[in-house]
Design a protein around this ligand. Structure first.
Ligand code: ATP
Ligand code: MG
Length: 349
C-alpha cells in the first residue's frame, strides 16, 4: 500500500470590505480555482484585517463576509475541495501575530511600500491605527499558521510575502525549523488599474467593477471610464499606455491578435472611445454574466453558505491549532498547560 504524499498547501484570502471585483479575478481568484485540486487550499475571509481600517464599522465587515463567500462560489471555488475560513474565529492567528511582532522592527514596517501608499490614500497622516500599521505581520501569521508554501496574490501583496519569508526564516533560525517559507504566485494581471485610471482597482476606492454588478451597472461604469484625455475625436491618435480600457482588454479579451489590431488603430487614429468601449463591454459581459448567474443561484441559500463557512472555519482552526502546538514547543512555551484541560487536536495529551 502506498501512502499518498500530503499535498502542498495554499493560503490566500481577501479583506471582506466589499464584494470582489474583476481585479481579484485576474489577480488571484483564477489561480486559486485552477490550483485548488492540486494544492490543499485554504481561503481566508480576512475580517480581522478588514477591521484594521474599518474598526468603527464591524457590521459592514460582517455583512461582506457573506458577499465575498458568494463571490468565491460564483467563480468556481469548490467548498468540497477548498476550505473557506473566517479569520476572526481563529485566535491562534492572533497568538502567532504577537510572537511574530518581536521579529520585526518598526523601521522595517515603515518601509513597506504598499502600507505607505495605503496610509497616504486613506489620509491617516500621523494617526495611523497601530493595528493597521502592523497588518503585514498578522498576514505573515495567517500564512504561517496554515503552513502554506504558495500564496496566490496580486502585485500589491508581494512586499507582504517577502516580509513573511523574513519572519519565518527568523523564527526557524531562533527557535526550531517548524514553519514553512512561502512563495508568492502572481496572477495573469498583477495589478488591474481602476476605472479612473488609478494604478490599482480597489474595493474601497470607488473605482471597481464588481463581479456582482448588474449588466446595466457594468455598462454605465465602462461608459464613464477614464481613457486618453487628449483623444477627443475618433480620428485623433490616442495613447494605449496608461489607458485602462486597453489594460482590461489585455486582461480579459482572449483574441490577442484582435486586441493588437485595436491598439494599432487607436494609436494611428481612427478608432473612437465609444467603439472601443462597446467592444470592451461585450468582452467583460462574456466573463461576468456567467459569474453573476451562478452568484444569484448561490445567494438564494444564504443559510447554506453560512453553514459551509462554519464547517470550513472549524477545519481551518484544527490546522492552526496543530501549528501552534509546534510553535509553542519550538519556543519552549508548552510547559504550563492548565491541568485537566482537554488537549487540542494534534496536541500531546
Ligand atoms: P481594499 O480596498 O479593501 O484593500 P482590495 O481591492 O485591495 O480591497 P484585497 O482584499 O485587499 O482587495 O486584496 C485581495 C487580493 O486581491 C490580494 O491578493 C490582492 O493583491 C488582490 N488584488 C486586489 N486588487 C487587485 C487588482 N487591482 N489587481 C490584481 N490583484 C488585486
Ligand atoms: Mg487591499
Amino acid at each position: 500500500m502506498t501512502i499518498a504524499a500530503p499535498r502542498p498547501r495554499i493560503l490566500t484570502g481577501d479583506r471582506p470590505t466589499a464584494p470582489l471585483h474583476i481585479g481579484h479575478l485576474v489577480g488571484s481568484l483564477q489561480s486559486r480555482v485552477s490550483l485548488q485540486r492540486e494544492y490543499e487550499t485554504y481561503v481566508l475571509l480576512a475580517d480581522v484585517q478588514a477591521l484594521t481600517d474599518n474598526f468603527e464599522n464591524p457590521g459592514k465587515i460582517r455583512q461582506n463576509v457573506l458577499e465575498v463567500a458568494l463571490d468565491y462560489l460564483a467563480v468556481g471555488l469548490d467548498p468540497q475541495v477548498s476550505t473557506f475560513v473566517v479569520q476572526s474565529r481563529l485566535p491562534e492567528i492572533a497568538e502567532l501575530t504577537v510572537f511574530f511582532l518581536n521579529l520585526v522592527t518598526v523601521s522595517h514596517l515603515r518601509q513597506n511600500p504598499t502600507v505607505k501608499a495605503e496610509i497616504a490614500q486613506k489620509g491617516f497622516g500621523e494617526s495611523v491605527p497601530a493595528g493597521f500599521f502592523v497588518y503585514p505581520v498578522s498576514q505573515a501569521a495567517d500564512i504561517a499558521v496554515f503552513g502554506a508554501g504558495l500564496v496566490p496574490v496580486g502585485e500589491d501583496q508581494l512586499p507582504m510575502i517577502e516580509g513573511t519569508r523574513e519572519i519565518v526564516r527568523r523564527f526557524n533560525h531562533l527557535y526550531a525549523p517548524v514553519l514553512t517559507e512561502p512563495q508568492a504566485l502572481v496572477g495573469r494581471a498583477a495589478r488591474l488599474p481602476g476605472l479612473d485610471g488609478n494604478g490599482k482597482m480597489s474595493k474601497s476606492l470607488g473605482n471597481a467593477i464588481f463581479l456582482s454588478d448588474s449588466a446595466d451597472e457594468v455598462a454605465r461604469k465602462v461608459r464613464g471610464m477614464y481613457t486618453d484625455p487628449n483623444h477627443l475625436r475618433a480620428e485623433d491618435p490616442g495613447k494605449v499606455e496608461g489607458n485602462p480600457v486597453f489594460a482590461y482588454l489585455d486582461a480579459f479579451d482572449p483574441d490577442r491578435a484582435g486586441v493588437q489590431a485595436l491598439k494599432d488603430r487607436y494609436r494611428r487614429g481612427g478608432l473612437g472611445d465609444v467603439r472601443v468601449k462597446r467592444h470592451l463591454l461585450e468582452v467583460l459581459e462574456g466573463t461576468i454574466a456567467p459569474i453573476r448567474g451562478r452568484r444569484a443561484e448561490f445567494a438564494r441559500d444564504r443559510a447554506g453558505v453560512e453553514v459551509l463557512l462554519r464547517e470550513g472555519t472549524a477545519r481551518g482552526r484544527d490546522v492552526a491549532a496543530r501549528t501552534m502546538v509546534e510553535v509553542r514547543e519550538a519556543m519552549g512555551l508548552d510547559d504550563f498547560r492548565e491541568r485537566g484541560r482537554r488537549p487540542q487536536e494534534g496536541e500531546k495529551a
